[in-house]
Write a protein that binds this ligand. Structure first.
Ligand SMILES: Cc1ncc(COP(=O)(O)O)c(C=O)c1O
Length: 379
């Protein structure tokens, strides 16, 4: 008997404790986490984040957005770095994308948003409208108008959807939920140039790819691109609920006083965790080192599965890896769990690995060995 809506399929174990990159269930069984709680606990259960939370909880854990918030300023400054952005804080990826859609529409005075087939941008009405998957929208009645869907990695398809009321193009640089599918660098370069030429705003959804997941703070840094608007969430506060939208400072008149807001957005606990997370991630060498370990895992799996009859591709960037397979995804996930490894799926045929950026080389060996065993036994 459950008192919850059954909108999730939950495995019959409960994590009650965590240490570093290990999760411990109520029976005392330990699991190596190659999921980071769906790309969230990017540093694992890191002592510095824990300490920051404890210290913040001792002082004050909520202060409304009617008052100065030095923590928000410091987190924003670290997120912005040398870019010409301003930040808005909310509580989730969907909310960050809502903010992005609202900012793009108001700043441009136009309504059309072009996103991509098979994209995922969240479950609220605006973010869902931008999501290019029918199954996400089923049963919820009419969606919002003015959203259209281009073929991923196909600039002509984008061009064919542009009209005089188009405000923005919204893009994941690696489609995460639909199968760890990367955008092609040439497509991204040409799309950015096209958007600039046409006066379209380019929104990059970095909810999953951001915060070091791909080995750089933002995935757009791999592509030599500076989007007009960037959305973040998941790993931003290493497990505390938070989202953020970064937008070019020239867009600020559209988000002036009273235009948008959030009661909890940027609350002190989330900001304390975000600041501690950023301090770890921005320490010299941290991200390059994480990227190198991600590449080592990717290469090891590519080699191991080169001739596997049920695996057609192993791809990824940094600590975001997809194994495309004809094996049953639920069976693989369960078999890995039974051997002490937590992994994810994406789309209909991909096993997705999002290990913490702190995963050690020993843990990589351990996780890779379990994956090899599981796929060797896959029927
Ligand atoms: C690319 C992307 N955008 C948006 C979201 C939605 O984020 P949230 O679940 O925090 O609303 C997700 C979640 O998986 C995502 O992967």
């Amino acid at each position: 008997m459950s008192f919850l809506f059954q909108n999730y399929k939950r495995a019959p174990i409960e994590f009650v404790r965590a240490e570093g990159n290990c999760l411990i269930d109520s029976e005392g069984q330990a699991y190596l986490d190659f999921s980071s709680g769906i790309g969230v606990t990017n540093l694992g259960f890191h002592p510095q984040v824990k300490q920051a939370l404890l210290e913040q909880a001792e002082q004050i854990w909520h202060s409304p957005n009617l008052y100065r918030n030095a923590l928000q300023e410091e987190v924003a400054q670290r997120l912005i770095g040398g870019y010409d952005y301003l930040a808005f804080f909310c509580n989730s990826g969907a909310e960050a994308n809502e903010a992005a859609i609202k900012l793009a529409r108001k700043a441009s005075g136009k309504q059309g948003i072009i996103s991509f087939q098979n994209s995922f941008h969240g479950r609220t009405f605006g973010a869902m409208a931008a999501t290019g998957q029918d199954k996400i929208k089923e049963g919820f009645g009419d969606g919002l108008p003015h959203f259209s869907f281009a073929v991923y990695n196909d600039l002509d398809s984008v061009k064919s959807l542009v009209h005089e009321d188009t405000a923005a193009v919204m893009l994941e640089l690696i489609q995460g939920e639909s199968g760890v599918l990367p955008a092609e660098p040439q497509f991204v370069r040409e799309l950015a140039a096209f958007c600039q030429e046409q006066g379209l705003l380019l929104i990059v959804d970095e909810v999953q790819t951001g915060m070091g997941r791909t080995g750089k703070l933002y995935a757009f840094e791999h592509y030599g691109l500076v989007p007009d608007i960037v959305t973040l969430a998941k790993g931003l506060a290493n497990g505390l609920p938070v989202g953020a939208m970064l937008g070019r400072s020239s867009l600020s008149p559209a988000f002036s006083y009273g235009s948008h807001g959030s009661t909890f957005g940027g609350n002190k606990l989330a900001m304390a965790a975000a600041l501690a997370t950023l301090k770890v991630q921005q320490a010299p060498g941290f991200l390059p080192d994480a990227a190198a370990r991600g590449t080592a895992l990717l290469e090891q799996l590519q080699q191991a599965f080169e001739d596997h009859p049920k695996i057609s591709a192993v791809r990824g960037l940094g600590m975001m890896i997809g194994i495309e397979t004809s094996a049953s995804l639920p069976k693989i996930v369960e078999a890995a769990r039974r051997k002490g490894l937590i992994i994810l799926t994406a789309g209909s045929n991909v096993i997705r690995l999002l290990p913490p950026l702190t995963v050690s080389r020993e843990e990589i060996q351990q996780g890779a060995a379990i994956l090899k065993e599981v796929f060797a036994e896959a029927d």
